[in-house]
Structures are given as C-alpha cells and as structure tokens.
Write a protein that binds this ligand. Sequence first.
Ligand SMILES: Cc1ncc(COP(=O)(O)O)c(C=O)c1O
Length: 381
Amino acid sequence: MSVNSIRLTKTYIHLDRLTQNMRLLQEHVGTRPLWPCIKANAYGHGAEIVSRHLMSLGYHTFGVADVEEGMALVQAGVQATYIVLSETLPDHSEALVTHGFEPTISTPTMAESLSRETAKAGKQISVHIKVDTGMGRVGIHPNEVKPFLEHCQSLGGLRVRGLMSHFPRADEADKSFSLEQIERFKKVVKETKGYGIEMYHLANSAAIFDLPDSYFNAVRPGISIYGLRPSWEMTNPRVGELEPILEWKTRIVFLKEVPAGRGLSYGHAFHTKRPSLIATIPVGYGDGLNRNLSNNFDLLVQGVRCPQVGRITMDMTLIDVTALRGIVELGDEVEIIGRQGAEEVTADELAGKLGTINYEIVTCISHRVPRVPCAADDTGR
Ligand SMILES: Cc1ncc(COP(=O)(O)O)c(C=O)c1O
C-alpha cells in the first residue's frame, strides 16, 4: 500500500476542470500560446500532476520560479520548455545551460556569465529580457532595453528569444496604470523591431480576462488555470466560469461528547458553551492549515457547515459536530476546501478570513499532503 493511499488528509486535483479552465483561457487569446505558470508546486496543486496533464493537452512551455523547480520536473521525466521567472545569479548559469532552461534576465552580470557558460558547454541558450514597465520588483528600465539587448546580442551563445514584463495591478477595477504599462511595453516592442525577438509577453491571468491589448505573442496565466479568480475586482464576467480544480479533504478520526464549560486544545482558546459533540481531524498547520484560522472557519461534514473550535495544532484540529449528533460517524469525510451537497468552502473564503489572497491558501498546502489526480466526480478513494 502506498503512503498516499493510507494518508487521511489529501488534496484531489480535478484534471477535467483544469482542461475546462485552459479552454476558457484559450478562447480569450485565440491561437496565441498559453505558457502556464506552474511555479511553487503549481501554486500548491502538484507541479508534476499539473504539468503532465497540460502536456497531454498540448501545452509544453511552463513558467517555473527557479532552476530547482525546473530540475525536479526534468528528473520526474517532464520534458518541457521551462522559463525561469525569478532572477538568477551566475551560480545558476551552468545548470541553466546544461538543462536548456530559458532564464529571464535583466543584468549584464547574468548575460555575461551565461555567455561564458555556453562557450564552455559548446551550447546556446535562449533568454528573455525582463523590462520593468511598472512592477517595481526586477527588470531593466524601458530606456535601457536597446543597449542591453545589443550587449546581449554581442555576447556569444545568447539568443534573445523573448522580451517580457509583468503587471502589478491588472486585477484591480481601475485599469489606468495597467493601460499605461501596455503603452510602455508597446514602445519597447516598436524600438526592438528588427532585433529578431520572437516572443513578447506580458499578460497574467487578470490581463487575459480584462486587458486584451496585453496579449502580444504569448500569455502567462497562473492562478486562473487552477480555477481561482485573480481578485474580486475583475471586470470580465467570464472569470466566473473558472472552476477550482483543488479539493482538500480529511476524515474524522475521533469523536467525543464534551460537557459545557470544557476548555479545548492548546491554550484552551475555546470553551464549550453547551454539551457538545467534538470531532478530531488529522490536519493542522503542518499541512498548511493556517493557525490564524483557529475558531474562525467552517468545514463541511455530511453537507453541513460545522464550526472549527479550539486552536489548530500542528497535526490535529477539532470541529464541533453537535448538529450531526446521532448521524456523524468515525471515518466520515470532512471537506476543508470544496463542495459537499449544496455547501461549499472556497480558498477565497479562507483567504478572506485571513486577510490574504486565494493564491496563498492553496500554495501553502504543505508537501506532506498528497496530491491525487482525479477525473470528473472521482475523488480518488
Ligand atoms: C512573471 C510572472 N508572470 C505570470 C505570473 C502569473 O500570474 P497570475 O497567477 O496572477 O496569473 C506570475 C505570478 O506571480 C509571475 O510572477
């Protein structure tokens, strides 16, 4: 029996919904390539499962954060084109050249280091120049693109395949800043005409829905492929057609009747107000269930919302299932994120309680939680 099959807390990755989300995104951008971002373990969904399914749908260029993420996928046998989205240092040049990854670069130091490495290896490397049109994180100023591009092209072994930028505010209702960025990017595109750049790319998920002028030659969706909306300020109603592909479930491992006035879990941060039926589930902050949710969220048992009570601990959490007295049983399934009957708990709901974004909720589900691929209405048990 595999470790995965005996673990009681699992995520189920609905691949049919991934297919649907890709179809929806593709409808927006027409024949342009989608380059899905599968960094951070595919936003917590399992990079190997997600990338394999995307390859089966015909997608073969992926955004990873760093060299290690690309190498892990190559070692797992996923032979794709990997664009390394975070900044790299010369320490990474050998691995980048060896594996044929495509780094995004914005420093002469990195360009020169890669060039030296290609000479040693007798290979070429494709790179993407990163331009800061307003993100304010990494990238060169639009005015510096031409000299930097000419410098890169003067170095042996470097092929500047792409030129890219990124949006910090495309998910906001007010698009004025993003529209300015598009204009800045268009100016750079115009200035670099004739330099043989094949791919200009700028759009993230929010831009795919709300800013069709930002598509250029390829787009880089992340959160939307997982069926989650970039924000609640999006203007395109079709964002509502996205289907979350992740379900997070566990099972009841202990049930007890507790009298009124009993303190529960560390710090006794919860006291029963009435005789209560309390269930224990084998999930905690060690699995990525944020401790700040303690006493402040519901889980679904038998299609009923049941309040979580007491502090979430590393490995175990308590739920008040008094409403299900006489019905609930040991081994019953508990939905942490997902749907049961007419009820649903979403990553957005948990994010709202924590004052964060859905991206963080799913990305923080820890490595000890198995990711189980499943097809329509199949929860893999
Ligand atoms: C450079 C870059 N492109 C694209 C994306 C995808 O963004 P989103 O998940 O909002 O679609 C990200 C995500 O952080 C990114 O860093």
